[in-house]
Design a protein around this ligand. Structure first.
Ligand code: CA
Ligand code: CA
Length: 250
């Protein structure tokens, strides 16, 4: 097969005396035909029998880089990504915790402002026939969005016709983060999703005994509690120091 085998002559520079020599390499023609960037001569070093190694080897040459060089770069990028990912994840978690704390404080401050303005809680209290401290969350009949609507001066639900905020004062401007107020009007924490909403639970000292009864125990000398279940989505207990829960008073 005359065309299946080609003879290639390569001139290489001697490493020692600058003398030129000629090395003849047998190279199968199909290598060049099917892989234009592949040169069998580059896979292995040339060794001149008289002057020793005169040319370094390289594997595939792509756009000026060898395959080995590209693999090394990819490996370095992968290592750097592996090192940076935990740091980025930690920073994102801290940002969410900070946001939740800010939201809790904003809601509590809005309730205090309402109390100063109207001299009562924004929700029915013992003077209005409600006994005990009532939690406003997603899991009870006292929906959290009801108290949020009152504080935002939205005439809906128990605040229909602005019955509980007749001066229509906006006490609460929710966070500008996307989805902070969900489609139902709940003020949700940064871990909330459409499939699993996580609202801030609000409790006021409705019976005016300077104690707010929380599911993790009584809190004395605190009249407003706003709570996020935190990253784990589980309400903590006093025994676990509220776990990773985020509270307006801690
Ligand atoms: Ca109480
Ligand atoms: Ca928790």
């Amino acid at each position: 097969m005359k065309n299946s085998i080609q003879r290639s002559e390569v001139s290489v520079q001697s490493a020692t005396g600058g003398r030129r020599s000629t090395d003849t390499v047998m190279c199968r023609g199909f290598c060049r035909l099917r892989f234009p960037h592949f040169d069998l001569r580059n896979c292995f070093g040339f060794r001149d029998s008289r002057f020793g190694l005169v040319r370094r080897s390289s594997l595939f040459s792509v756009g000026g880089f060898t395959l080995i060089e590209l693999l090394v770069v990819i490996a370095i990028i992968a290592i750097l990504a592996g090192l940076l990912f935990p740091a980025i994840k930690g920073a994102m978690l801290k940002a969410k915790i900070s946001q939740a704390k800010t939201d809790c404080n904003s809601i509590a401050n809005a309730i205090r402002q309402y109390q100063t303005e109207y001299g009562k809680w924004p929700i029915p209290d013992s003077d209005e026939g409600v006994s005990g401290d009532t939690a406003y969350s997603e899991a009870t009949t006292t929906k959290q969005y009801e108290i949020i609507n009152v504080l935002r001066a939205i005439a809906s639900g128990i605040n229909a016709n602005n019955a509980l905020n007749p001066r229509r004062i906006v006490f609460l401007e929710p966070s500008s983060r996307k989805g902070a107020i969900d489609s139902s009007g709940y003020y949700v924490d940064p871990w909330s999703t459409t499939a699993s909403i996580r609202v801030y639970t609000i409790k006021c000292d409705n019976d005016f005994n300077n104690i707010v009864n929380m599911n993790s125990g009584d809190r004395t000398n605190i009249t407003i509690t706003v709570k996020s279940k935190g990253p784990d989505g589980v309400a903590g207990t006093l025994a676990t120091n509220d776990g990773d829960d985020i509270l307006n008073f801690k």
